[in-house]
Design a protein around this ligand. Structure first.
Ligand code: RIB
Length: 321
């Protein structure tokens, strides 16, 4: 069944980090104090917010971006790349004298990665920057996607503003901080990976070896909103506040070259699909299909799919609407 039009006309506001990724492909990831030698250095656009925005735009949503870059060459590159993807960067603030965020990434032969981030201007996004962007966006978005790689004040301002405006809010807690738990009172849809779910569960007072389902139910009952756990090759788990869960298996990638940004791809396409009117299950199916396609080339954004690629995968597995 054709899926034309699904997720095609959503309006998504993305609040998050923009980085430049410096990537070395090496046979394996280094241990503490160890040096591994890879080939040449590659430079890619990155940052969880930027990656999600690109994934959302390619999947067909109209995307406006809220964040910050430094007044350096990396900042110009980051903005040029987002603009080229059709993302509106009017609300990206250039922080004079600051450095643009940068990530040092090693990718091993199986596509697994290790990442260290210098936050730079991302840490300088203020609650006021977010408030200005929200004011400009009055009446525009159907959904807001926020990731926690920027200042805690900006994250809190975004989540709170979404609740005040009645906008659907997807909060990607990457990384989880003590402030993340406090934001659950605004009932955002949370999209942790397995490790982030464990962190949230413990911060909420959970102990012992609980299953993913039990941890997700504990978090969902606190936020009174669905929790969507991204589980890599195992797909995603959707868990409602009532504790009803549903697993969506991962699509199979033809080849796994680089898993960097697969979670961001899921988040971008999931939020874009919700913004476009999909229900949770269909939005998650679209996100999972997109994430599987995104790991087939080096760099977080290189093989992120467009809407027709996603639709083709869903049609091939009979998961259309
Ligand atoms: O999720 C992948 C991203 O994490 C990379 O692009 C890197 O910039 C870090 O933010």
């Amino acid at each position: 069944m054709p899926l034309d039009g699904i997720g095609m006309n959503g309006r998504l506001l993305v609040i998050g980090a923009l980085n430049v990724d410096m990537v070395v492909a090496a046979p394996r990831l280094p241990g503490p104090g160890e040096t591994v030698v890879g080939s040449h250095l590659q430079r890619h656009g990155g940052g969880k917010g930027g990656n999600s925005a690109v994934a959302a735009a390619r999947s067909g949503a109209a995307v406006r971006y809220v964040g910050a870059v430094g007044s350096d060459e990396f900042g110009t590159t980051a903005l040029t790349e987002l603009h080229a993807e059709g993302v509106d960067v009017t609300d990206v603030v250039v922080k004079e004298g600051s450095a643009t965020g940068a990530a040092l990434i090693v990718v091993d032969a199986a596509g697994e990665n290790q990442i260290a981030v210098a936050a730079g201007a991302n840490e300088e996004v203020t609650a006021r920057d977010v408030a200005v962007a929200v004011e400009r966006a009055q009446g525009w978005p159907s959904c807001v996607l926020i990731s926690t790689e920027i200042s805690a004040a900006a994250v809190a301002a975004g989540v709170e503003a979404a609740a005040m405006q009645g906008w659907l809010c997807v909060l990607n807690p990457a990384p989880v901080t003590a402030d993340t738990c406090d934001l659950l009172r605004f009932a955002p849809i949370i999209t942790p990976n397995r490790g982030e779910l464990q962190d949230l569960y413990r911060l909420l007072g959970g102990t012992g070896d609980a299953s993913v389902e039990a941890m997700a139910t504990a978090v969902a009952s606190r936020s009174r909103a669905p929790v969507v756990v991204t589980l890599g090759a195992e797909g995603v788990l959707l868990c409602s506040a009532a504790g009803v869960s549903n697993r969506i298996p991962a699509g199979s990638a033809r080849q796994v070259i680089d898993t960097t940004g697969a979670g961001d791809t899921f988040n971008g396409v999931f939020a874009a699909s919700l913004a476009g009117g999909c229900d949770f299950t269909m939005a998650a199916r679209r996100g999972v299909a997109a994430a599987a396609l995104s790991v087939e080339s080096a760099g977080a954004r290189t093989s992120m799919p467009d809407a027709s690629d996603i639709d083709a995968v869903l049609s091939s597995i009979g998961a259309g609407v």
